[in-house]
Design a protein around this ligand. Structure first.
Ligand SMILES: *[C@@H]1O[C@H](CO)[C@@H](O)[C@H](O)[C@H]1NC(C)=O
Ligand SMILES: *[C@@H]1O[C@H](CO)[C@@H](O)[C@H](O)[C@H]1NC(C)=O
Ligand SMILES: *[C@@H]1O[C@H](CO)[C@@H](O)[C@H](O)[C@H]1NC(C)=O
Ligand SMILES: *[C@@H]1O[C@H](CO)[C@@H](O)[C@H](O)[C@H]1NC(C)=O
Ligand SMILES: *[C@@H]1O[C@H](CO)[C@@H](O)[C@H](O)[C@H]1NC(C)=O
Ligand SMILES: *[C@@H]1O[C@H](CO)[C@@H](O)[C@H](O)[C@H]1NC(C)=O
Ligand SMILES: *[C@@H]1O[C@H](CO)[C@@H](O)[C@H](O)[C@H]1NC(C)=O
Ligand SMILES: *[C@@H]1O[C@H](CO)[C@@H](O)[C@H](O)[C@H]1NC(C)=O
Length: 353
């Protein structure tokens, strides 16, 4: 029925405090500890112990109550973490600033915010904050700097063929993917300082959106925050499209209109490395993507999503951040990102909330 097409459900009601921080919970990563079923929710920094590290929330149930840890996730910057479990070890992939000039990169763009990041991995056996071998330097994934991508928003999957694959990318030219070694701490063929590059190896370009946003400032290629998930014969590529935040216009910061702020898209493919298409068959390298959640009711700019196949609800859920607003009449007043989740139904082949 026209007009009802975008009737999205509200996040599941939560008991107690909804995980929400002044600037976070942005880019949530949710995982359940195998040993005791405790849930851990990590997000982008700043954390409680300074302007670094990221907040961590825990709960026994998806419905809460959620408890905020007094410790930061890490003792260093922790951007858009993705936590992945393999053989009983937890791996946290995340981004932080990197001095590309020190490696000889002369492109001045390599020192611009977001473009000055690199991807790192740490591991833990407990998932607890500060348990991520914080006493040693994190291992950098040796990916060349490129004008084509930002090294941000990593997501890892184990393909049905047994290959670990990391997707990453934030704006620039969209979402890319690289294979990882079985040890999960290196890109395949990575050695030296910067080995994995656009011109060689198996880097896959998965998605790009060429459509321009005009409000409030013209911009294109605004997709990021990919999340790879396998379900019943298909690899699904979830991503966030549009502006995650307010945009600087002169001396003020304003939101885009509701259609141009974060919304959640999905594409799928029968093979893990692509080609990804949307439900209309449009290539996701040519602006394709099927919207599954966008601004509605008091939920503004939902995104930064992940998917978890969870025992508590007996199936997959999608979790995300959103900006709460007090009126359906437009953008929120004030900031702050809250955590929400909904069940995800794949029974029709394409996921719906
Ligand atoms: C939130 O972000 C703003 C802008 O980056 C910063 O000025 C402020 O200190 C942050 N607040 C907290 C609690 O970290
Ligand atoms: C909220 O908490 C109460 C008391 O612990 C519990 O009985 C109820 O099931 C919880 N609600 C949800 C939706 O989990
Ligand atoms: C955090 O610290 C406060 C103040 O010391 C304490 O009341 C609270 O229980 C602590 N929270 C956790 C999760 O340990
Ligand atoms: C730096 O980035 C801008 C904006 O994306 C682009 O137009 C420009 O060509 C880039 N410069 C170089 C040297 O790559
Ligand atoms: C965890 O990280 C440490 C430090 O980089 C490394 O020595 C160790 O091999 C890693 N463990 C696993 C199981 O990956
Ligand atoms: C790794 O390098 C070897 C030798 O150059 C090449 O044959 C192989 O295809 C590369 N593997 C990947 C995954 O790029
Ligand atoms: C691509 O960008 C346009 C303009 O912002 C937007 O309307 C559209 O929903 C986006 N599509 C995808 C798949 O990101
Ligand atoms: C989802 O989890 C259930 C157990 O909760 C498991 O039986 C099923 O195999 C899982 N499915 C996938 C695709 O991971």
């Amino acid at each position: 029925v026209l007009g009802l097409a975008n009737a999205y459900p509200n996040p599941e009601p939560l008991n107690g405090t909804i995980p929400r921080n002044t600037n976070a919970t942005i880019d949530p990563s949710l995982i359940r500890r195998q040993s005791d079923g405790k849930l851990f929710l990590y997000g982008t920094g700043p954390g409680p112990t300074g302007n670094i590290g990221g907040y961590v929330w825990t709960a026994d149930s998806l419905y809460g109550p959620w408890t905020q840890s007094n410790d930061s996730a890490l003792s260093e910057e922790c951007d858009a973490p993705n936590i992945f479990e393999a053989d009983g070890i937890y791996y946290m992939f995340y981004a932080k600033p990197f001095d590309w000039a020190a490696l000889g990169y002369t492109n001045p763009n390599a020192s611009i915010d977001s473009h000055n990041k690199a991807l790192y991995v740490r591991n833990s056996t407990t998932l607890e904050p500060l348990s991520w071998n914080d006493d040693v330097n994190a291992t950098r994934l040796l990916i060349d700097w490129s004008q084509n991508y930002n090294q941000l928003d990593i997501s890892v999957i184990l393909s049905e063929e047994g290959q670990y694959l990391a997707s990453f990318g934030s704006y620039q030219q969209g979402i890319y993917q690289i294979p990882l070694e079985p040890t999960l701490d290196a890109v395949i063929n990575g050695s030296g300082t910067t080995q994995f590059n656009m011109n060689g190896n198996n880097i896959h370009h998965l998605a790009e959106n060429f459509t321009w946003i005009t409000d409030p400032v013209p911009n294109t290629d605004l997709i990021e925050a990919s999340f790879q998930f396998y379900w019943d014969g298909y690899y699904y590529l979830f991503f966030s499209s549009g502006h995650a935040q307010t945009q600087a216009v002169g001396s003020t910061s304003i939101w885009s209109n509701a259609g141009d702020v974060y919304k959640i898209m999905v594409c799928r493919s029968v093979t893990a490395t692509g080609s990804f298409v949307d439900s209309a068959g449009q290539s996701c390298l040519e602006s394709g993507g099927t919207e599954i959640l966008a601004t509605h009711d008091l939920i503004w700019a939902p995104g930064g999503q992940g998917v978890l196949n969870d025992t508590e609800v007996g199936g997959p859920i999608i979790y995300y951040h959103y900006v709460p607003r007090t009126s359906t009449d437009g953008a929120p007043i004030g900031g702050g990102y809250s955590f929400g989740w909904n069940k995800l139904d794949f029974s029709g082949g394409w996921p719906v909330l």
